[in-house]
Design a protein around this ligand. Structure first.
Ligand SMILES: Nc1ncnc2c1ncn2[C@@H]1O[C@H](COP(=O)(O)OP(=O)(O)OP(=O)(O)O)[C@@H](O)[C@H]1O
Ligand SMILES: [Mg+2]
Length: 419
């Protein structure tokens, strides 16, 4: 919230001066990328022009069911301006229908129960709508000094122009935010989907250590004086408990959505952790896993959970491609040098599955491209590789595929190393 001193009257001045101010205002808000900061700047700009002393900025929220106060100016304004206003509040309805500035000072003697009444109810003297594509996306409420008198009509024009410019900037920021949210949702859905695929393996994996713990508890009362038994078995049990703990932690870390966080990581360790996820499933399906991890691999700045998501997608695709026959999944890591001399880490995921027909090779990274049209359960979304591609690009890396139909497929991921 901003607390500003009462403003001096700012004359609109000549047309060129107005244009200059409008351009400067538009440029300023256009450079801000944070919605709240835009709200604060728009509020202060409009308030300066309208000689408002106190005010609030409201933005459409929750699928347009209400408007939320995003910025306020003047500490006592918040008392009369509530944190949210419903979409069917009389003031919001007025602004939505008429899409024009409501100004009490332009009609100081208008009927108290007339169209300006909602303004009075909120102790405001002016409401400025921000309209984009015919929709009210935000509005500003201001209370100006009663002594400031009749408004200059040029001010109204100027305020409308400022509000339009602000609406354009906000609209593009809101679209960007929506896009970001749907991408996040897509990634999360994809992540949970791969988790669902490997969950069966986890249940199985936990069952073995649980059996050994149960056995120990059953035998312990009779064997409590057998020191060797107690010492050896309790070590086994402890290892099993650690194993269960690690599995649970892996699942939790993977399933939980976290803001992307880049940390310095050992790619070999991430590869091993992902192979650990699919190990049981692979054993059940007679798929041999070969792991060739380069010694002294340089470290990489990456988001651990996202890169895990990429690798799991590739591993699960390979297992699908191998199907019910036996086959091999080989994962290699290497340090490579690009022609420009930069050091990269390469992850190679090779399988002996059905391969990809040449016609499909260019399309496998397209969103929703899938050849998996089985039952509802085994239906592919075609998002796995699209998301993998996006994540690798976000890491300033690249991902490629080579395949021979009927023989197998290799995916290569390159990530810039820390040197
Ligand atoms: N290792 C592979 N071998 C053969 N075909 C592959 C391989 N990896 C991907 N593909 C092909 O690329 C398509 C797209 O893969 P992607 O991971 O994006 O989606 P999907 O696996 O079909 O669906 P989902 O990931 O939701 O299960 C697959 O349907 C398959 O035809
Ligand atoms: Mg897939």
């Amino acid at each position: 919230m901003i607390d500003r001193a009462p403003q001096e009257t700012i004359p609109t001045g000549s047309v060129s001066e107005s244009l200059r101010r409008l351009t400067q205002f538009s440029r300023e808000i256009g450079e801000i990328t944070d919605i709240r900061a835009v709200a604060e700047r728009v509020l202060s700009g409009l308030s300066e022009t309208a000689q408002g002393r106190q005010g609030s900025f409201y933005l459409s929220a929750h699928e347009h069911t209400n408007f939320r106060r995003l910025a306020a100016q003047g500490s006592d304004h918040t008392a009369s301006a509530p944190p949210t206003l419903a979409a069917d509040h009389p003031l919001v309805r007025q602004l939505t229908q008429h899409r024009q500035i409501l100004d009490r000072s332009a009609a100081p003697h208008a009927a108290l129960d007339g169209p300006l009444q909602p303004l009075d109810g909120l102790c405001a003297s002016i409401a400025i709508p921000l309209i984009n594509r015919g929709r009210l996306i935000a509005f500003v409420l201001l209370r100006s000094d009663p002594a400031s008198g009749e408004p200059d009509p040029a001010h109204r024009e100027f305020l409308t122009a400022m509000a339009q410019s602000a609406a354009n900037v906000l609209d593009s920021l809101l679209i960007f935010e929506d896009l970001h949210q749907s991408q996040t949702l897509m990634r999360r859905t994809d992540r949970l989907r791969s988790l669902e695929t490997i969950a069966g393996g986890f249940a199985h994996e936990i069952r073995n250590p649980l059996t050994s713990i149960k056995t120990f508890i059953q035998l312990a009362p009779d064997r409590k004086d057998d020191d060797e038994f107690m010492r050896d078995f309790s070590q086994v049990v402890l290892d099993d408990v650690y194993r269960i703990e690690r599995l649970i932690q892996e699942i939790l870390d993977y399933a939980r959505y976290m803001e992307p966080k880049l940390t310095e990581e050992d790619v070999n360790e991430i590869v091993s952790s992902c192979l650990y996820f699919i190990d049981v499933k692979a054993r059940h399906r007679a798929i041999t896993i070969e792991k060739e991890l380069a010694a002294e691999l340089p470290r990489v700045m990456l988001d651990r959970q996202q890169i895990k998501q990429v690798l799991l997608n590739l591993f699960l695709n390979s297992m699908d491609a191998i199907g019910e026959s036996c086959g091999m999944l080989r994962v290699r890591t290497n340090r490579i040098m690009k022609p420009e001399g930069d050091v990269w880490v390469q992850i190679e995921v090779e399988d002996t599955g059905c391969g990809i027909p040449a016609d499909n090779l260019e399309r496998v990274f397209d969103p929703f491209f899938t050849t998996k049209h089985g039952s509802e359960e085994s239906e592919g979304t075609g998002l796995g590789l699209a998301i993998a591609h996006q994540i690798v690009r976000d890491h300033r890396g690249d991902i490629h595929v080579q395949s021979v139909e009927g023989a197998g497929t290799t995916f290569l991921i390159h990530l810039p190393a820390i040197v």
